[in-house]
Design a protein around this ligand. Sequence first.
Ligand code: BGC
Length: 766
Amino acid sequence: MPASLNVASVLGELSLEEKASLCLGSDFWHTAPIPRLDIPAVAVSDGPHGLRKQPDEGDHVGISGSLPATCFPTASALGSSFDPELVRRVGEALGAEARAQGVAVVLGPGINIKRSPLCGRNFEYFSEDPLVSGELGAALVDGLQSQGVGASVKHYAVNNQETDRLRVSADVDERTLREIYLPGFEKVVTRGRPWTVMCAYNKVNGIYASENRWLLTELLRDEWGFEGLVVSDWGAVHDRVAALAAGLDLEMPPNLGVSDAEIVAAVRSGELDEAVLDRTAARVLRLVDGAPGGVPDVGEEAGAQAGFDADGHHALARVAATECAVLLKNDGALLPLQPSAGDTIALIGEFARTPRYQGAGSSQVNPTRVDTALDELPGTVPAGVLVEFSPGFGIGTTTADDELAAEAVSLAGRASVVVAFLGLPDAEESEGFDRTSMDLPTNQTALVSRLAAANPNLVVVLANGSAVRLSDWEHHAPAILECWLSGQAAGGATADVLTGAANPSGRLAETLPLRLEDNPSYLNFPGEHGHVRYGEGVFVGYRGYDALRLPVSYPFGHGLSYTDFEYADLTATLTGNIEDDSLAVAVTCTVTNTGQRPGKEVVQLYVNDPESSVSRPPRELKGFAKTATLAPGEGQTVTFRLRSRDLSYWSVRQHRWVLEGGTFRLSVGASSRDLRLTTAIEVSAPPLPVQLDGMATLEEWLAHPGGSALLREVVGLDEHGRPRGILGDEELIRVIGNFPIRTLAAFPGLGIDHATVNYLLGRPQW
Ligand code: BGC
């Protein structure tokens, strides 16, 4: 490959057919080469939590068989770390493996919002909150691209379910798009500058994402300044020419001999401006030019031995998994385990021996190795402690196995402590379909009560990629550790957390509701007849549970530690002003470790606008920070910086962010429902512009200082000095004050007639 391509001059040398060929891959995983000009093909590969590089031939649907690579914790787990720096390191390692295997672009991260706990692909996504998704997505892109490998942030946009995913239209209002489903992408694009963006399969408000000019060009490029390449999700293109015109560059997998011919014909017939094709061809050339210089597309054998630090990456995967584990409850400080010689720890559940650590579908990694808790735990406990195992249940079935269960209960009865490894089986969560319930299999939940009866010292360790219901069994278990799908080193990481070698610092990036029916999207998921209506609007996840004041099992942001933290000295200092967009709020607080062990806290900053003219969630996360490891007694000052947009809502009237003046409450705490300190700031902002026309209501006229004064002047006073007609009758204003002023003009006796309205509307200021 030439060291640096002169794109403009190469473009000039390409025939129409060659340019069209660049708009498609040459096979499942490669861009098209132009051998005549020494332009090579470059390889792309899944993503997002490990590499899935298929050997040269691959299988024809591109799913099975890939070269060994490190399986890092999935996004469901990484989301719970609330730790951009950690995610960046995972991205770096992923990038190094991609480079070693000759991959130019890794297809990830996936940053779609977890709208419903049922989405089959939730394990590939970070959070129900756009700030967490955007910050962690940007960090992964940053780490990955620091290795000279490109990212492909996906699935753009509003791909929040698997049901009918290639056809369904996600019907979402403009405010909800701007406040919930797009900010994560905006942050990753503007901050992380990914080389590529992958468009989603679905339609957004009736238009395929792959043909959606508003998404692919107006928003992505014109508003957010994206300069990279847009690649289709695999099979997302339906009308190649419309997609190209909308801003879709690379079609994957290539519809060879069809899509390229359509592009050529469209240019020849004048339907497609050749300049559009040139732009796309240039983007592909720039991608090829930026790809790892001279790295060959390695084959299977070379890949198997490819030079990356497999041990180092495995160690990183283990550390990362410990940072992601969320200690949901720990009654009586049952954890960390503190066994002494002669004690027996009962490990129960097939998952202790056959761990579930990743999900199925295009993200499935062929791991370099897999740790199990069964192998790892014995090495982390003192000599003389016995670790015994009993599978308790089968994982390919929901039917209880009486013999296995009885054996597990008997082991529990003679052990000092029981650690039950429960989770969702492979078949329950995967790309391609959604779940239909949040429940764990009944053969597992039935066992929990029996284990608890045999031994009250029961710890449950969970492995699942999306939220499961706990409310029907959790009272049996004094301690629960949620490990998500935590990658190939999950077994060792779990052992580290159980024994206290690591102090859990993961926090929930999604709410765990009491029941599925409480989820805000419940009545509108997964839609029907080709449409899914996002009826809950901006009230997604905790925004909805909090607004409805619903009790939940565990709130967003929750997670315990083996130590305690105290919050103090919350300050908020407002500077600048709205007019020149210099408004900023510096928020600080101090967090001190008041317990006995070193640990990290995730400090969360929530904003509340109690006086908004639109309906807003009671709390919105606008900042988070994971502290350093604090020794007992040690404190750290955490600082957040908010901008005007962090206090604003998206106005569907003005099609822009609007900041309304007034009081804002800022709270810091350890979850959306554990706010430790709150302060308030007063923001002054110009009043919202109101369009005072004939359809503005009487109340709107009266609420406007100028409009009200003019109206009162025109209507005038009666002989007693009181405002005439309706303006002197508060009761009547309450009843018909919401009529447009033009309509009131037709009602006799109100003091407002057509001449009044015409006069008002004729005034130049209106
Ligand atoms: C998935 C993408 C993936 C692609 C390539 C699609 O089915 O939706 O996330 O990157 O396949 O495997």
